[in-house]
Design a protein around this ligand. Structure first.
Ligand SMILES: NC(=O)c1ccc[n+]([C@@H]2O[C@H](COP(=O)([O-])OP(=O)(O)OC[C@H]3O[C@@H](n4cnc5c(N)ncnc54)[C@H](O)[C@@H]3O)[C@@H](O)[C@H]2O)c1
Ligand SMILES: O=c1ccn([C@@H]2O[C@H](COP(=O)(O)OP(=O)(O)O[C@H]3O[C@H](CO)[C@@H](O)[C@H](O)[C@H]3O)[C@@H](O)[C@H]2O)c(=O)[nH]1
Length: 471
């Protein structure tokens, strides 16, 4: 009997881990993940397990199922034609030019995938929207798919809620799985039941929600906006704390212990990063503007504005603290990824912090345990427009955190890697220029111990040290 065949278009942060989990949980299903990037596919197939993305637990998961019932391939057409169900998990970044530039999601890759499916498929397919897309994308995709009239397509929305750094845990034990379908079409409902059955292999049935397609698409954008809104709220409060002497961690704890509010996602920071929050809020803003809902659009837009403000004021603290000039001063950047436990730098706040410091002629020593040097240089080259030679004069990347701290004027924590908490700060203090400053953009360092060693410490939303030159 023919085994059930799944194909996933897009072997990225979502396609790779999500399909690995389905293959692991459903040994009776064959899963083929395809991509247009040969380098990515080669890396997923790497014999040593040197995968294209770092995610705790992912390597073990992939190695346990790869070439059993999980395959990574460049043969898009073959995988599409063989598949009963096709997930589309391509990237949907913010449009950079044209209509809706800086706001709308760019659906080019999605449409190209749909056109490829339409051109190749000769047997009925269930097409699953896994990428985050604007509301009503499924409708647009349906018209592309059905235009040829060659076969039948059922379109489902199944947004992904995993967070990077905890993707495998999130996939293994999701708070909910959301499936949107056209409830008036019996074929779509049948397709939905097939997808529900797949998830039911490991997700309790009461956590699998079924809704209409539009609710499903909108819920994904709203979930990210709610999460980002909490971060912007606590970051706004961090500024009040610094102006008044309140302590942000005490406030977050006191507020979050109200069960209606909850303690999660109230950690003050240098601002949220990652490929999703800003993009999805802007997509929601664009939707609201298109609908003429200007006040609603403005409300959501402020989440992003506040986030930009938080990054900017963090850099101002550094410059003011260092006697209003960082020209020629060595500054150590601890962490470059947008959060811990990932090597992903997309929209990382570290990029903006470094860009501003380089603009002020600082010399940067950067350490991150998982981000490749080439990625850091590419991100900084892109945002500063400095050529590689100029960049090399101002930026050094280290594989050892102590070397990165040598002769530095200030430590700047951009990512909350656990290992930063355990560093030997006595040793680091001895290596640094004096006064030695530490700007903790994640409030993870042992501030009191560091102060007793002689450091001048700045923490987000923490009572300010008088030596931070507050003018
Ligand atoms: N990264 C996350 O944590 C996360 C979580 C939930 C949802 N999402 C959403 O999932 C989608 C994918 O995100 P991602 O982070 O995995 O992106 P990604 O950039 O890591 O991966 C996308 C992959 O799609 C491939 N691709 C692009 N066009 C293609 C085409 N026409 N044919 C075949 N392959 C193609 C790219 O080469 C790339 O490897 C986005 O819509 C994103 O908003 C992301
Ligand atoms: O209290 C907090 C929590 C998070 N952050 C920052 O917010 C950003 C996003 O963090 P997180 O949400 O944990 O990671 P993502 O991988 O971006 O995951 C978000 O975006 C995904 C893509 O849409 C969704 O699937 C997830 O549910 C959603 O959490 C990071 O820069 C974090 O450092 C804070 O500053 N303070």
């Amino acid at each position: 009997m023919k085994r059930y065949q799944i194909c996933c278009i897009g072997a990225g942060y979502v396609g790779g881990p999500t399909m690995s989990m389905i293959a692991y949980q459903c040994p009776h299903i064959d899963v083929t993940v395809v991509d247009i990037s040969q380098a990515r596919i080669d890396s997923w197939n790497s014999p040593s397990g040197d995968l294209p993305i770092y995610e705790p637990g992912l390597r073990e998961l992939v190695l346990s199922v790869r070439d059993r019932n999980l395959f990574f391939s460049m043969e898009l057409d073959e995988a599409i034609e063989n598949a009963d169900m096709i997930f589309v998990a391509v990237n949907t970044p913010t449009k950079m030019s044209g209509l809706g530039a800086g706001r709308a999601a760019d659906l080019t890759r999605w449409e190209l995938s749909a056109r490829r499916i339409a051109a190749v498929a000769t047997t009925p397919k269930i097409v699953v929207e896994k990428s985050t897309v604007p509301i009503r994308t499924a409708e647009a995709i349906a018209s592309v798919l059905t235009a040829s009239g060659r076969t039948h397509f059922s379109i489902l929305s199944n947004p992904e809620f995993l967070a990077e750094g905890t993707a495998i845990q999130d996939l293994q034990n999701p708070d909910r799985v959301l499936i949107g379908t056209n409830t008036e079409d019996p074929c779509s409902v049948e397709a939905m039941n097939v997808l529900v059955d797949i998830y039911s292999h490991w997700v309790p049935r009461n956590r699998i929600l079924t809704t209409n397609v539009w609710s499903s698409e909108l819920s994904k954008l709203v979930a990210n906006s709610c999460l980002a809104q909490r971060v912007s709220t606590i970051n706004a409060v961090s500024e009040i704390c610094e102006a008044t002497g309140a302590d942000i961690d005490e406030v977050a704890n006191a507020v979050g212990l109200d069960k209606r509010i909850g303690v999660k996602f109230l950690k003050a920071s240098i601002g949220f990063g990652g490929s999703c929050f800003q993009k999805d809020i802007l997509s929601l803003v664009y939707l609201c503007e298109s609908l003429g809902l200007d006040e609603v659009a403005e409300y959501f837009y402020w989440i992003v504005k506040l986030n930009d403000h938080q990054k900017e004021r963090f850099v101002f603290r550094i410059i003011h603290g260092l006697f209003n000039t960082v020209t020629g001063k060595r500054i150590t950047i601890l962490g470059f990824a947008f959060k811990k436990d990932t090597g992903d730098t997309r929209e990382s706040s570290a990029i903006e912090v470094c860009r501003r410091l380089l603009h002020e002629n600082a010399i940067l020593s950067i350490y991150d345990p998982k981000v490749q040097s080439s990625q850091i240089l590419s991100d900084l080259g892109h945002c500063t427009r400095l050529d590689p030679l100029e960049l090399n004069q101002h930026v050094s990347i280290y594989a050892d955190p102590y070397e990165a701290c040598n002769q530095s004027h200030a430590l700047v924590v951009c990512t909350e890697w656990d290992l930063f908490k355990e560093l030997d700060f006595e040793r680091i203090y001895c290596q640094m220029e004096k006064p030695a400053f530490a700007f903790d953009g994640r409030n993870i360092l042992p501030h009191e111990r560091m102060k007793s060693l002689g450091f001048v410490v700045y923490g987000i939303g923490k009572p300010l040290d008088k030596r931070l030159n507050l003018v």
